[in-house]
Design a protein around this ligand. Structure first.
Ligand code: ADP
Ligand code: MG
Length: 448
């Protein structure tokens, strides 16, 4: 029985978000399958309501796919002694990519689309309205104005959701459409497999026939020359036939390592659309809608508290909401009560121990292969100057140091130079994703 349930869970895991999977399916078990009456064991009654309203179809389908006869499905409160999913602290139920297993073999449809991503459940806000307008125009007239559709933005901001929704909607309107969604990494591994097995031709043919090709996480294209050439051959062929091409990336093509200039231009021929961090009002709207979808009650104050305190991305927003709702049920208090009595505080950042200004200067210098003395010298050599500005930026953001103090710390003349340096980095960060990665990496070194 336990093995059978493991299969079912593996199926379910492919179909729902990691945060939903870890929140709702942790500690579930299969208690009985007698005569097709399925009984699933859960930890407490809150789960029953949620599982039934949100996941019944998915569970039923997964049971059937695991060759279990299903007449009806019921739930009973009883925790398993052998949890399938490693139990995690409630406060740690946050969507992380590490929960995603390789999905290739078990995806049930082979177009890569997941029906849970729809336009209806994608909240439009000031952070994504332009991208959504373009998406709608593609749905109305694929292969025309926004081709290729290049969508970029940081992790967890809804890129996969939006492009999957485009694919699903296109398919709904044009049932004969041939659509393929694939992360670029799967494109690679499939290509390499095909070549190894002498099936290069078939691999090509699969793409030739498409009406719409959707490529996710294109930033991982760096390196791997042969697959890259193959990708661009396919890209050109489809483009010439006016077939819709959709590509996401966490950065602009010009910031992806090793790709040629002519490809950079081609990818953004029809413009580059971005999804930004949601503003406060956007975050509230998303949280409200997610809570509704989960059938949960949550006070406006609690929504605002979460919106104010999660400043990373929408994935984390969802994670915090799930964990507060879960805790609310377990403790028998409303979300706002929990927040007010301090039981549900949000980890604002990973600043476990405060850094010192020396640490910051040292780590920035080391990262750029300079000595702290070089970094704090008067030289205007461009790369050293940039490193110095990054140090100023971090001293200001991480330690809230005054610009005068920062000037002393990094050996510059006065506080206006510091203000200018910080502003420069802030501006660069808006578009330069490589810089953002570097600063993240430095922060990791500082706090890690
Ligand atoms: P990305 O691909 O940019 O890393 P995802 O598309 O995986 O991000 O989004 C992360 C999570 O946030 C998903 O569960 C997604 O459904 C949700 N999400 C993102 N943007 C929105 C939105 N505008 N409305 C509703 N849910 C969203
Ligand atoms: Mg994604």
């Amino acid at each position: 029985m336990y093995n059978a349930w493991e299969n079912v869970l593996a199926e379910i895991e492919q179909k729902i978000s990691p945060s939903n999977f870890s929140t709702w399916f942790q500690d579930t078990s299969l208690l009985s399958t007698e005569d097709g009456h399925i009984i699933i064991g859960v930890k407490n009654s809150f789960y029953i309501k949620q599982l039934r309203s949100k996941f019944l179809d998915i569970i039923t389908e997964a049971l059937k796919n695991s060759s279990i006869t299903v007449k009806d499905v019921d739930f009973e409160v009883k925790s398993t002694t052998k949890p399938k999913v490693r139990p995690r602290e409630i406060s740690a139920i946050i969507d992380t990519p590490t929960f995603v297993k390789p999905t290739k073999k078990t995806t049930s449809s082979n177009n890569g689309l997941n029906s849970k991503y729809t336009l209806e459940n994608f909240i439009v806000g000031s952070n994504n309205d332009v991208a959504v307008a373009a998406a709608k125009s593609i749905i109305d007239a694929p292969g025309t104005r926004y081709n290729p559709f290049f969508l970029y933005g940081g992790p967890g901001l809804g890129k996969t959701h939006l492009i999957q929704a485009i694919g699903n909607e296109l398919l709904k309107r044009n049932p004969d459409f041939k659509i393929l969604y694939t992360p670029i990494s799967h494109f690679y591994s499939d290509f390499v497999d095909a070549i190894r097995n002498g099936k290069g031709r078939e691999f090509n043919r699969k793409f030739e026939k498409l009406d719409c090709l959707i490529i996710d996480d294109f930033q991982f294209i760096s390196g791997k020359e042969k697959s890259r050439d193959e990708f661009f051959n396919i890209f050109n062929d489809l483009y010439q036939l006016n077939k819709q091409i959709i590509i996401t990336s966490d950065r602009l093509p010009s910031q992806i390592k090793d790709i040629e200039e002519r490809l950079v231009t081609r990818l953004t021929w029809a413009g580059a659309f971005d999804i930004q961090l949601p503003k406060f009002e956007d975050k509230c709207a998303i949280l409200k809608s997610k809570a509704e979808l989960m059938g949960a009650d949550i006070e406006q104050e609690a929504i605002e508290y979460i919106a104010e305190n999660v400043n990373t991305n929408i994935r984390d927003l969802e994670g915090e909401l799930s964990s507060i709702l879960l805790m609310s049920e377990v403790r028998g208090l409303t979300p706002w009560e929990l927040i007010q009595n301090g039981a549900a505080t949000i980890n604002k950042s990973s600043k476990i121990r405060p850094a010192t200004s020396k640490q910051i200067v040292d780590k920035v210098a080391k990262f750029y292969e300079l000595t702290p003395k070089e970094l704090c010298s008067k030289t205007r050599v461009s790369h050293i100057k940039t490193a110095r500005q990054i140090a100023m930026f971090l001293l200001s953001k991480e330690l809230s140091m005054s610009t005068t103090k920062i000037a002393n710390e990094v050996g510059v003349k006065d506080h206006t130079t510091v203000m200018h340096g910080i502003k420069k980095i802030e501006n660069d960060l808006k578009l330069n994703f490589a810089l953002r990665d570097q600063i993240d990496a430095i922060k990791e070194k500082i706090y890690g």
